[in-house]
Design a protein around this ligand. Structure first.
Ligand code: 5MY
Ligand code: ATP
Length: 342
C-alpha cells in the first residue's frame, strides 16, 4: 500500500464500535488476483485490508505519542498474548501505519454522514495520522487474493457464559442467572436495547472461564500461565491476578467473524478448509477480533456496574416474578443453569 498516494475516495465507511472506527477499500468487492509487487508498507494490497482508527470523546484527544503507544500495545498484546490463547490462525494483530494527515481529515469528512448517530459521541482520531492496518476479515483469509465467488460473512459477539461456583460469590442469584442475562434488563432500562435479547451465552459455552501495561511479549504470556492458584500473598501474585482479570474481560468482549464462500469439489485442497452444508460445499475463514486489552480504569467501573446489574435484576425482575422464581423456568428467557442427572 503506497501511503503517499492514499486517496479518501478509494475508502469507505465499514463499521465502528465504542473505541475504534474501521474503513475498507471501495474496490474490495471485485478485485483480481494480487501480485506481490502490489504489497508494500504493511504487507498487503490496500484492497484486502481495513484501516482501524482510534476514537475519543470530543476535546479529550490524546497526543500523537500517546496514540502511537496505545496502538503499539494493542498490536503487541494481540501478537504475543491473544494469539497464544486463540491460535496463530485466528488472531490478526495487524500493523501500525502512518498516514498523511490530509488524507485522514478528508476521509473523516467523507464518512461522517454514514456513521450511526448513536456512535457520534466520539470522534475518529484525525490528529495523529496513526491507524492500524489489518486484513479485511470479512474476506476469506486462506489466500492473499480476493475470491471470485460471493462471500457471506457473519459476525458474532458471544459474550461471557458461565455460572460462578466460587463460595466467594455471595449473591445467590449469580449462581442461577448469568451476568449477561441480568445485564440485558439494565440495558433495556437504560434505553440501550428495546427488549432483552433471547440469546444466552450459556447456550454456547459449557463451563469455565478463561483465566499486565506492557511489555506484552512471550515472557508475559508464560508468566500468566505459570501463576499458581494458591494465593501466596505477594504483590507479584496480586498484580498477575489483576492482569488475568483484564485479559478475561477482554476475551469476554471479543467478536468472531466467519466468512463463508461456495467452492467446487475440485477446488478443495488441504490448504482450504471446507464445511458441507446440505448440497453446498463451503470454504470458510474464522477470525477473532477486537482483542484490545481492557484498561486498568475499567476495573472499578466493572465493579460498580456489577452491583448495579444485580440490584436492578433483584428489584425489578426477580421480585416481580417471584414468589417461586418462576422466571427461572420460562422458555427462552433468562438463562438459568438447570442441572439434569445423566
Ligand atoms: O459491559 P458490556 O458487557 O455491555 O460490554 C460492552 C459492550 O456492550 P455490548 O456487549 O456490545 O452490549 C460495548 O459494545 P458496544 O459499544 O455496544 O458495541 C463495548 O464493547 C464495551 O467495551 P469498551 O468499554 O468500549 O472497551 C463493553 O464494555 P466492557 O467489556 O468494557 O464491559
Ligand atoms: N479486520 C477487520 N476486518 C473487517 N471488519 C472489521 C475488522 N476489524 C473491525 N471490523 C468491523 O468493525 C467493527 C468495529 O471494530 P471493533 O470491534 O474493533 O471496534 P471497537 O470499537 O473496538 O468495538 P467495541 O465497541 O466492542 O469496543 C467490528 O464490529 C467489525 O464489524
Amino acid at each position: 500500500m503506497e501511503v503517499e498516494k492514499m486517496d479518501e475516495n478509494e475508502w469507505k465507511y465499514h463499521g465502528e464500535g465504542n473505541q475504534s472506527l474501521v474503513v475498507s477499500h471501495c474496490q474490495d468487492d471485485y478485485v483480481e488476483v494480487l501480485q506481490d509487487k502490489d504489497f508494500s508498507q504493511c504487507g498487503f494490497d490496500s484492497r484486502c485490508v481495513v484501516l482501524r482508527f482510534l476514537k475519543s470523546p470530543p476535546n479529550q484527544n490524546m497526543t500523537s505519542e500517546e496514540i502511537l503507544h496505545h496502538l503499539q500495545n494493542i498490536v503487541d498484546f494481540g501478537k504475543h498474548v491473544m494469539k497464544q490463547f486463540f491460535g496463530e490462525n485466528y488472531v490478526h494483530h495487524g500493523e501500525i501505519i502512518q498516514l498523511p494527515l490530509d488524507f485522514v481529515r478528508q476521509l473523516c469528512l467523507k464518512i461522517q454522514p454514514e456513521r450511526p448517530e448513536s456512535r457520534c459521541d466520539k470522534d475518529m482520531d484525525t490528529l495523529s495520522g496513526y491507524a492500524m492496518c489489518l486484513p479485511n476479515l470479512t474476506r476469506l483469509q486462506t489466500y492473499r487474493f480476493v475470491e471470485p465467488r460471493p462471500i457471506l460473512c457473519i459476525e458474532i459477539k458471544p459474550k461471557c457464559g458461565f455460572i460462578p461456583f466460587s463460595s466467594h460469590v455471595s449473591q445467590e442469584v449469580k449462581h442461577k442467572v448469568c451476568r449477561y442475562c441480568m445485564h440485558q434488563h439494565l440495558k433495556v432500562a437504560n434505553g440501550k436495547w428495546k427488549r432483552p435479547s433471547k440469546y444466552c451465552p450459556l447456550d454456547l459455552f459449557s463451563g469455565s472461564t478463561l483465566q499486565i501495561d506492557g511489555p506484552y511479549n512471550e515472557a508475559f504470556y508464560e508468566k500468566l500461565l505459570d501463576l499458581s492458584t494458591e494465593d501466596d500473598g505477594t504483590i507479584a501474585f496480586a498484580l498477575t491476578k489483576v492482569q488475568q482479570y483484564r485479559i478475561a474481560m477482554t476475551a469476554k468482549d471479543c467478536s468472531i467473524m466467519i466468512a463463508l464462500s461456495p467452492c467446487l469439489q475440485d477446488e478443495c485442497s488441504e490448504q482450504r478448509p471446507v464445511v458441507l452444508a446440505s448440497k453446498t460445499r463451503l470454504t470458510f475463514s474464522v477470525s477473532v477480533l477486537d482483542l484490545d486489552l481492557k484498561p486498568y480504569e475499567s476495573i472499578p467501573h466493572q465493579h460498580k456496574l456489577d452491583g448495579k446489574i444485580v440490584n436492578y435484576y433483584l428489584k425489578n425482575v426477580q421480585a416481580k416474578d417471584d414468589p417461586v422464581m418462576s422466571s427461572l423456568f420460562k422458555e427462552n428467557e433468562d438463562c438459568t443453569l438447570v442441572l439434569h442427572k445423566v
